[in-house]
Design a protein around this ligand. Structure first.
Ligand SMILES: *Cc1c(COP(=O)(O)O)cnc(C)c1O
Length: 462
């Protein structure tokens, strides 16, 4: 099968050198990083697929918009440009800028979550759940079962299971559930989308119980693309129209502008409720900055506003999703186990299937991640037992069904030849998988978001 690869709707105006390394150099760099590629120096990485967050190439339009950044402390014109753009494309009346997505999660969680509260969501996200727990809440996964099976080909594996959500509301009581957190698409499931039909059912159910719906909008434009290409009845709508229709089914959104909006930093909290927005503005001045800059420079707000406009262009989002799909299909054609269907922002290697001889307590995905760096100078991120962390009540490791190495593709950064280099390295490593005869164990385990800063040593398989 030949893989589609639409020509990019941009050309390259500026370049940044990257460097290849020898195997010996990578071995010493990885040892110095205690087998955690997060702790490598970026210059020791050849192709960096750690994240698509803040690593995107900005356009000439974004860079030039930055020159008109208004750096006034209060009431900067750049804020109003950002606010009006978010209102136009996402439709939220109140727009509160924050330094990045987790800033919005912190503010929202502090406003809405009290000890004992439960927050249902379609699979957890690392920072989102951490803020829910810091405020005394408990996360409840209500994603469909298919999401936990990498081989399942269902088109909307990010859907909320309405039966699970209904059961939780019945058992816990609606008054213990401040909101449902909807990821669209679902990062930790490998970028799997939620359908409009499902989102509408969530809306209908929660309205009946007086529960809010909050969208994690980091990659909502990618979700809109999947709705347009997969969901019956939506193929004739514009991406911008679908994005707006999604947001219209929610009460608010937390946004990391480092994803869809092509910005290197930034985010916002979008809300409809006047009183909640007042409360959030009161907190943003404590944790982020004035409510008209929220931790961003004026020029950053300009870059985000321009990025939003670019993000919904049909050719732009198509090139983005199809590029990710190209890498995925190269791996599928070579029988490398990956999460299917290929998601919006990343190709995820199924470490359970690739290293079945490494038991989960010895961190198979982290082990595979380290080996991939040694093999090809490529950096991804662990999305398995390490990222899942410990249960705050029992202190035990959570044991997710998905044990993944995520290869996230930054937007407008790498060429097809780079993706071929990644595919070749992954395929070669897959062939050599039986030579990996160890796992890893912690030498240092951080208390929060441990995957970022953990240190490891090699551990023999018993
Ligand atoms: C990145 C991300 C966040 C957090 O945003 P930051 O800008 O990294 O703080 C929240 N949710 C999802 C789904 C994300 O991918």
């Amino acid at each position: 099968m030949t893989a589609a690869y639409p020509a990019e709707p941009w050309r390259i105006k500026m370049v940044e050198p990257i460097r290849t390394t020898t195997r010996a150099e990578r071995e010493s760099a990885l040892r110095a990083a205690a087998y955690n590629p997060c702790l490598l120096r970026a210059e020791d990485v050849y192709i960096d697929l750690f994240t698509d967050s803040g690593t995107n190439a900005m356009s000439d339009r974004q860079w030039s918009a930055m020159f008109r950044g208004d750096e006034s402390y209060c009431g900067a014109s750049s804020f109003y440009r950002l606010r009006d753009t978010v209102r136009a494309y996402y439709g939220y009346e109140h727009v509160i800028p924050v330094h990045q997505g987790r800033g919005a999660e912190n503010i929202l969680s502090r406003c809405l979550i009290r000890p004992g509260h439960r927050i249902p969501g379609n699979m957890y996200f690392t920072t989102t759940r951490a803020h829910q727990e810091l405020n005394g809440g408990t996360f409840h996964d209500v994603i469909v079962d298919e999401a936990h099976n990498p081989a399942d080909e269902s088109p909307f594996k990010g859907n909320v299971d309405i039966t699970k959500l209904t059961a939780l509301i019945r058992e816990a009581g609606a008054d213990t559930i401040p909101y449902v957190c909807v990821g669209a698409p679902v990062n930790m499931a490998g970028g799997q989308p939620i359908s409009m039909e499902c989102l509408a059912r969530v809306r209908e159910l929660t309205l009946r119980h007086g529960i809010k719906v909050i969208l994690d909008a980091a990659r909502a434009v990618e979700n809109a693309y999947f709705v347009k290409s997969r969901e019956p009845g939506w193929s004739g709508r514009s991406i911008a129209g679908i994005l707006r229709a999604m947001c219209d089914l929610t009460d608010g959104a937390t946004m990391s502008a480092k994803k869809d909006s092509f910005a290197n930093i930034g985010g916002w909290l979008g809300l409809r409720d006047d009183r909640l927005a007042e409360q959030a503005r009161g907190l943003v001045v404590l944790y982020e900055g004035m409510h008209t800059y929220g931790g961003m420079a004026g020029r950053d707000m300009e870059a985000v506003a321009q990025g939003i406009v670019e993000s919904v262009q049909e050719d732009s989002i198509r090139a983005r999703i199809e590029q990710v799909g190209y890498l995925g299909r190269r791996l599928i054609d070579a029988d490398v186990p990956v999460v299917r269907p290929i998601g919006g922002h990343a190709v995820c290697l199924d470490a359970h299937a690739i290293l079945p001889h490494v038991p989960q307590p010895l961190f198979p995905a982290q082990t595979l991640l380290a080996e991939l760096y040694l093999h090809g100078g490529i950096r991804g991120v662990e999305r398995g037992i390490v990222s899942a962390g410990r249960d705050p009540v029992t202190g035990e490791n959570r044991t997710p069904a998905l044990e993944l190495v995520r290869l996230a593709i930054p937007r407008r950064v790498y060429t097809r030849a780079h993706l071929d280099a990644v595919a070749d390295a992954v395929i070669a490593l897959h062939h050599a998988r039986r030579s990996i005869e160890h796992g890893l164990r912690f030498t240092y385990e951080p208390p929060h978001l441990r995957f970022f800063q953990a240190r490891y040593e090699q551990a023999a398989i018993a």
